[in-house]
Design a binder for this molecule. Structure first.
Ligand SMILES: Nc1ncnc2c1ncn2[C@@H]1O[C@H](COP(=O)(O)OP(=O)(O)OP(=O)(O)O)[C@@H](O)[C@H]1O
Length: 255
C-alpha cells in the first residue's frame, strides 16, 4: 500500500499566479476526484504528482520519499498514470501494449514471462478488450483505446493510480465498468486520484474531491462537503439544478 503527499505544492501553470498551496494526503483506499473547468490545471497537477512536470514550489512525497530523489523505475513500480492523450509512437498490438505495464518489474533485456502474460491477459479481460489482443492499437476506436490504456495500468498493478479523465470516449456501460474497477482497486488498498468532467461520476464514485479554479485557488475535502451547488456553480460559471437519484445528488446544467 502506498500514499502520496503534497507539501505546500504549487503547480507550474504558465502565466498564472501561485494560488493555493496544495497540502493533500492521498491515502490507500481513497478515491479522489479532481474537478475544474478547462485549463484549470488538472492535467498539470497529475503530471506534477507523477514527476513528469516540475512543481513551481513545494514537494511531492511518495511513501514519504521526495519524488525527485526516486528513480523512474521505482516510481513506476508504485504509481501508474492513465494519460488523457496518447501518441502511438510505434505500431504495437493490444497485448504488447498491455505488457508495457510489466516493464517496471523487468530488467533491461528480460523478456516477459508466463506470469506477466497472465496479468496482461487478465487485465484485457477485465476491460473487455481481450478479443482485440492481436489488433494494432492504431486501428482501435477511441473507447477501445481508452480501455486498453486502463488495462495497461491495471497490468502495472500500481499502489497509486493517477487517471486523467479515465472515462474519456467511453459509452455509459464502460464508464460504469471503469469506475467500478477503480472502486475495486481502492477496496484492495490502492489510492486513486482522477480528473473528471462528469460531476455525477464524481458524486457517485469519489470519496474526496479537489476543486481547482482557473485562478489557481483550490479547496479539497470529503465529497459531501465539496459537492455544494453554490461552489460548483462558481467553479464552472454555470447554473446547476440538483436532483437526487438513489440517495446521491445528480447535477444538471440549467440556463
Ligand atoms: N507548455 C505550455 N505552455 C503554455 N501553457 C501551457 C503549457 N501547458 C499547459 N499550459 C496551460 O496551462 C493551463 C492548464 O492546462 P491543463 O492541461 O493542466 O488544464 P486542464 O485543467 O487539464 O484542462 P482540460 O480540462 O481542458 O483538460 C492551460 O491554460 C494550458 O493552456
Amino acid at each position: 500500500m502506498s500514499r502520496l503527499i503534497t507539501q505546500d505544492l504549487i503547480i507550474n501553470v504558465p502565466d498564472r499566479c501561485d494560488g493555493t498551496a496544495l497540502n493533500i494526503a492521498l491515502e490507500p483506499g481513497q478515491i479522489w476526484g479532481v474537478l475544474g473547468p478547462n485549463g484549470a490545471g488538472k492535467t498539470t497537477l497529475l503530471h506534477t504528482l507523477a514527476g513528469l512536470n516540475a512543481p513551481r514550489s513545494g514537494h511531492v512525497l511518495l511513501d514519504d520519499q521526495p519524488l525527485e530523489t526516486l528513480r523512474r523505475r521505482k516510481i513506476a513500480q508504485i504509481l501508474g498514470m492513465v494519460f488523457q492523450e496518447r501518441l502511438d509512437g510505434f505500431p504495437a498490438t493490444v497485448l504488447e501494449t498491455a505488457l508495457i505495464g510489466r516493464h517496471p518489474y523487468l530488467s533491461l533485456w528480460q523478456m516477459e514471462g508466463a506470469d506477466d502474460y497472465a496479468q496482461a491477459e487478465s487485465a484485457l479481460e477485465q476491460l473487455d478488450v481481450a478479443h482485440l489482443r492481436h489488433r494494432l492499437v492504431s486501428t482501435l476506436s477511441g473507447g477501445e483505446r481508452q480501455r486498453v490504456a486502463v488495462a495497461t495500468v491495471l497490468t502495472q498493478a500500481p499502489g497509486i493510480w493517477l487517471a486523467d479523465e479515465p472515462t474519456n470516449h467511453l459509452d455509459l456501460h464502460h464508464q460504469s465498468a471503469v469506475m467500478a474497477l477503480m472502486a475495486q482497486q481502492a477496496a484492495q488498498g490502492s489510492a486513486i486520484m482522477m480528473c473528471l468532467h462528469d460531476l455525477n461520476l464524481a458524486a457517485r464514485w469519489c470519496d474526496h474531491i479537489l476543486l481547482l479554479y482557473p485562478s489557481g485557488e483550490a479547496c479539497w475535502g470529503p465529497r459531501d462537503s465539496m459537492l455544494v451547488p453554490s461552489a460548483l456553480e462558481r467553479l464552472y460559471q454555470q447554473r446547476l439544478a440538483t436532483v437526487e437519484v438513489n440517495g446521491a445528488p445528480v447535477f444538471v446544467p440549467v440556463s
